[in-house]
Write a protein that binds this ligand. Structure first.
Ligand SMILES: *[C@@H]1O[C@H](CO)[C@@H](O)[C@H](O)[C@H]1NC(C)=O
Ligand SMILES: *[C@@H]1O[C@H](CO)[C@@H](O)[C@H](O)[C@H]1NC(C)=O
Ligand SMILES: *[C@@H]1O[C@H](CO)[C@@H](O)[C@H](O)[C@H]1NC(C)=O
Ligand SMILES: *[C@@H]1O[C@H](CO)[C@@H](O)[C@H](O)[C@H]1NC(C)=O
Ligand SMILES: *[C@@H]1O[C@H](CO)[C@@H](O)[C@H](O)[C@H]1NC(C)=O
Ligand SMILES: *[C@@H]1O[C@H](CO)[C@@H](O)[C@H](O)[C@H]1NC(C)=O
Ligand SMILES: *[C@@H]1O[C@H](CO)[C@@H](O)[C@H](O)[C@H]1NC(C)=O
Length: 459
């Protein structure tokens, strides 16, 4: 943005130009920002890469076909190392030659970065000929991630037989095989549910509900803390009492209850489908929830300690027994943060009134998912999103002061203007114009600009 551009955008109200220094904060929905490699990586779990996989010297010479050669791999993007499902890192000290399933094992020649270092470039050495850096391979990028792991942007090394190592010198590898979780690129946005997850089923009753569910960890919902919840067959969750309401009211209702509506409408689990739920305080589900939340809200450094999954799987609408509608409401919390994920699968169209989103007592906070207000269009829920994950809507709901507006970006601009920029009204015009420019360059329209400081630097 040059002063010239701004000058031409502003109306002339004074005769002398005034130059001012503006400091602006921009906040936007972090979900709209590009993926962080911490949450978009390929899992590399190959036991042969372990530092303790030492080749016999007689063996390596004879069976080169069994050696790893990473120039044969078509490396694309970022990788995270695992050994038998356990997260590991590249060695950043010399490793023995003939280990890691290759001749010259590749190790990171430089310390791993800290989170605040962001993406760093490190050179890579291959131990060969009794020289820890007998091969100077191509440098790679490395990033430290919340959750204590690293991601690497591997590239083809300089030759055979060189291969990237996974350091197991400090960990004990159990024989128990853990399947690493798929990364976000995997199509299934639903959390595990049903019998496989050990879910509790709601009874198949028209307009029924679960019994009261005592929460293993209190859930903070816009300032109110709940110890219990009800999963109602008609697609919503309530805290104080079960609800058999099958006609949704529109949010904001300025009513007297907190309500979370995955898809509030007249659902009927008697002819078809299952409504079920489960809560977790440990296990892979927490890992997944941590990753999902950090993807949507990248700079909270959140760690999930409790997850509640309610699933409506292939449930029919009332009087439309052949319809099937599937969605999930996932409540996630940890250290005073709380979040909701709504995951949508196949959603049948309906003429029943519908509502998806949430509403609070007196509607101090509410949200209506745009695709949910007309039953003719709700199939679109499957591919709409407030992030980058089609079918998923994510909300922070603890009511924290910076809720959903964590991305603060500093921007300092020097402007010449014929209007008085110390006048608030004029500043608002300038901010709107800057916003339009930023949106033109790809930032989401939801961006909000606030003036932090204006400094007049010339009369
Ligand atoms: C994730 O990484 C892959 C490989 O680099 C890339 O092709 C893809 O575009 C990334 N996905 C997103 C959503 O950024
Ligand atoms: C192994 O653990 C020790 C003690 O925790 C630590 O000092 C050392 O740096 C670790 N080495 C590697 C390669 O992680
Ligand atoms: C792991 O498996 C190997 C080979 O099957 C076996 O020799 C070893 O005793 C097992 N280790 C443990 C800790 O069970
Ligand atoms: C829940 O319902 C499904 C489908 O009818 C059934 O397979 C499963 O066994 C039920 N689970 C429990 C715990 O009753
Ligand atoms: C949660 O909030 C309460 C009250 O504000 C505070 O006392 C407590 O330390 C917080 N806990 C964590 C883990 O941040
Ligand atoms: C929903 O959309 C259909 C199709 O455009 C329209 O006929 C109907 O009036 C809409 N209903 C409401 C409540 O807006
Ligand atoms: C979204 O999903 C609906 C129903 O599956 C489909 O008709 C529509 O074309 C999709 N829209 C986009 C933009 O993919």
């Amino acid at each position: 943005m040059t002063p010239m551009t701004m000058t031409s955008l502003l109306t002339t109200t004074t005769s002398a130009p005034i130059t001012a220094l503006l400091t602006i904060s921009a906040s936007t929905n972090p979900a709209a920002l590009p993926y962080d490699p911490c949450y978009n990586y390929t899992v590399l779990d190959d036991l042969r890469r372990a530092t303790n996989n030492q080749l016999q010297s007689s063996y390596y010479a004879q069976y080169t076909s069994k050696l790893l050669c990473d120039t044969d791999v078509n490396w694309v993007g970022w990788y995270r190392l695992f050994i038998r499902g356990q997260s590991v890192q590249m060695p950043d000290t010399c490793v023995d030659q003939l280990s890691c399933g290759t001749h010259a094992p590749l190790w990171l020649n430089g310390a791993h970065p800290r989170i605040e270092d962001g993406v760093v470039t490190r050179s890579v050495c291959g131990h060969w000929g009794n020289n820890c850096c007998g091969f100077q391979s191509n440098p790679i990028k490395v990033k430290a991630c919340p959750g204590g792991y690293y991601v690497y942007e591997f590239v083809r090394p300089t030759g055979c037989y060189l291969a990237y190592c996974a350091d197991v010198r400090n960990i004990s590898i159990s024989n128990h095989t853990v399947t690493p979780e798929p990364t976000l690129a995997a199509p299934a946005i639903f959390y595990l549910f049903g019998s496989a997850a050990g879910d509790t089923n709601n009874t198949a009753v028209e307009d029924g509900s679960s019994s009261v569910i005592q929460l293993l960890s209190p859930f903070l919902f816009f300032g109110r803390t709940y110890q219990q919840i009800y999963v109602n067959n008609n697609g919503h969750l309530t805290f104080n009492q079960a609800s058999n309401e099958y006609i949704p009211y529109s949010f904001p209702a300025r009513g007297s209850q907190d309500i979370i509506a995955g898809l509030w409408t007249d659902l009927d689990n008697r002819p078809r489908g299952v409504v079920s739920y489960h809560q977790y305080t440990s296990g892979n589900v927490l890992t997944r929830a941590t990753r999902d939340i950090n993807t949507h809200f990248p700079n909270l450094y959140f760690t999930a300690s409790w997850v509640f999954v309610a699933t409506w799987n292939k449930v029919a609408y009332y009087a439309l027994t052949s319809t099937e509608t599937s969605f999930q409401v996932v409540l996630i919390s940890g250290s005073n943060f709380s979040f909701i994920l709504m995951n949508y699968g196949d959603i049948a169209v309906t003429e029943h009134p519908v509502q998806a989103g949430y509403d609070t007592v007196s509607s101090t906070h509410y949200f209506v998912i745009p695709e949910s207000i007309n039953g003719s269009f709700i199939s679109n829920l499957r591919n709409s999103s407030n992030g980058n994950v089609p079918g998923r809507w994510a909300f922070r709901v603890d009511g924290g002061s910076k809720s959903n507006k964590e991305y603060i970006t500093g921007l300092q601009a020097k402007l010449s203007s014929f209007s008085d920029l110390t006048d608030t009204g004029n500043i608002q015009i300038v901010l709107q114009q800057i916003k339009q420019e930023l949106v033109k360059y790809g930032l989401p329209n939801s961006i909000e600009l606030t003036l932090r400081n204006v400094q007049k630097i010339k009369p």
